[in-house]
Design a protein around this ligand. Structure first.
Ligand code: ZN
Length: 229
């Protein structure tokens, strides 16, 4: 009798976890298609993840090489903290190590990565300064725990690399150095941001992409003005 109850509980927990994975994958797919429509994840660029369970860690993450404009909930994998595949089809993105680093260091519930035009341009323009400071804009208040346009958001810039274990180590150091940052840029590559859940992470993408475009257009028009006078 006892054994029966325990196996029912086990079945029930497993069943719930499967539903959680499916729901997260559907939410991530919907976010991905919306980002594609904005031009932030063209082609197969970008990747998205969300926590299915923390103990032990299980992450829903995009399969590598899938077209983000037609992203569906079936194009996600469930992985553990060692990149073992627990469910789904395909292979995890090479950048899964960065997602796992953000989950560990920031307690992120969701991590979203875009390859927008403005994050690509600005990550090159400001690479020499090691990051990009954004201040004075009302939209900053869309970032978690930010209450004023006077907030100074520092987006660190990391050199791009195909060596993911090394890049993950560098990211861990940057996250320790700038505990208040809501995102970072990979040089010539794109934006990473996160949130305590998918809706907060999605809001952070929208806010940061807006701010990057404002900074980029402002720099461009200032340069244009300087060239014209
Ligand atoms: Zn990328």
């Amino acid at each position: 009798m006892l054994q029966q109850r325990s196996s029912r509980r086990h079945f029930s927990a497993k069943h719930l976890a499967t539903n959680a994975f499916r729901e997260l994958a559907a939410g991530l797919a919907e976010a991905g298609r919306a980002f594609y429509a904005r031009g932030w994840v063209l082609g197969t660029s970008g990747n998205f993840s969300a926590i299915v369970a923390r103990e032990p860690l299980r992450l829903a993450i995009t399969s590598s090489g899938v077209d983000k404009g037609a992203l569906t909930a079936t194009q996600f994998l469930e992985i553990d903290e060692n990149l073992n595949i627990l469910g789904g089809s395909g292979a995890p993105s090479a950048e899964a190590l960065l997602h796992l680093a953000l989950v560990r260091a920031r307690g992120a519930g969701a991590v979203l990565h875009t390859h927008s035009v403005w994050s690509t341009i600005l990550s090159e323009s400001f690479a020499g300064q090691g990051g990009l400071a954004i201040s004075g804009y009302e939209m900053l208040k869309g970032l978690a725990s930010v209450a004023s346009h006077k907030h100074r958001e520092w987006l660190p810039i990391l050199e791009n690399s195909q060596d993911m274990p090394e890049l993950a180590r560098q990211l861990e150091a940057i996250l320790q150095r700038y505990p208040g940052s809501h995102g970072f840029l990979l040089r010539g590559h794109g934006l990473y941001t996160w949130g305590e859940n998918l809706s907060e992470a999605r809001r952070h993408v929208e806010i940061l992409e807006f701010l990057l475009e404002v900074v980029g257009r402002t720099c461009g028009s200032a340069r244009g003005h300087a060239a014209a006078v």
